[in-house]
Design a protein around this ligand. Sequence first.
Ligand code: A3P
Length: 313
Amino acid sequence: MGSSFPGSISTLLDELPKETWYGSYLYNWEGFWYRGHHLSAAMAARSNFRANDSDVFLASSMKTGTTWLKAIIPRIMNPDVRITNDDDPLLKHHPNELMPSLEVQLFIANPNPDLSGMSSPRLFRTHVPFPMLPESVKNSACKIVYITREPKDTFVSSWHFMNSAITARGIDPWPMDEAFGTFCRGIHAFGPFHDHVLGYWKESRKRPEKIHFMRYEDMKKEPREELQKLACFLGKPFERDEDVDKVLWRCSLERLKNLEVNRHGVDPSLGIGYKHYFRRGIVGDWKNYFTGEMQQKLDLITAVKFEGSGLDF
Ligand code: A3P
């Protein structure tokens, strides 16, 4: 997917700054980097998508723990206590299918897809940076949940994932030093990573009732508390602690990575096995890959970028 574009987007892409990224190109549009077909879909969504007040959006930069929340949010929004392990939708569906992506799924093949068949509340996810969201998403009463992750771990996770994606297409893996240099220059799908985080962070501080800002590390450290906060934000607080634990278990990495659908299913958007969405899921995995120099460099970039924002890791 992504090699042939309608005439107008092809012409636009020819004029945009571009950089090599994991065997293909990213294009810079209004300060952020996109794969060509994602940019075209994000533009279509920006023009044609109309949010409903009851919609819920999960926004993130890639590899920050989105899949975890893609599994959790549908469970919070549909708190059917009668659901049993046997009819859990996660048994048959990768979490991607429970919260479709605006730019990777819905608006990619058709610039104006018919979404009328979606049941309410509609649940969506997106990687687009805050400024690129459709205006109705920013201005309606729909809710946005944003999740981010420590930048070094995010980079390591994306390096593994993207190399799995490209090697499945017969492309050589991208050496870590080259991928790292590019990430540090801000070149990252839907990035610069730090700008992506800052965009949602600043908005969440202005409108906490609209944007709930989460960190992967907090979810790992205090999952019960984080889940209850998320559920309250979404207007669906848990009434019983045991329901919190049930959702956490159903959506746990250990369970999801061993489900048949995720062990053997294939992601139609990327053509890679769903198993690649579930790796180690630990905090601090960067220590297994980074030199001291890499650590210093990315920590400095993070400190400079986030200085004065009230955000740190
Ligand atoms: P690692 O590559 O560090 O293992 P995303 O879902 O945004 O693509 O992020 C992927 C990261 O989240 C991967 O991290 C993956 O292992 C981890 N992950 C996926 N599902 C998870 C879950 N249910 N619980 C915790 N972490 C999960």
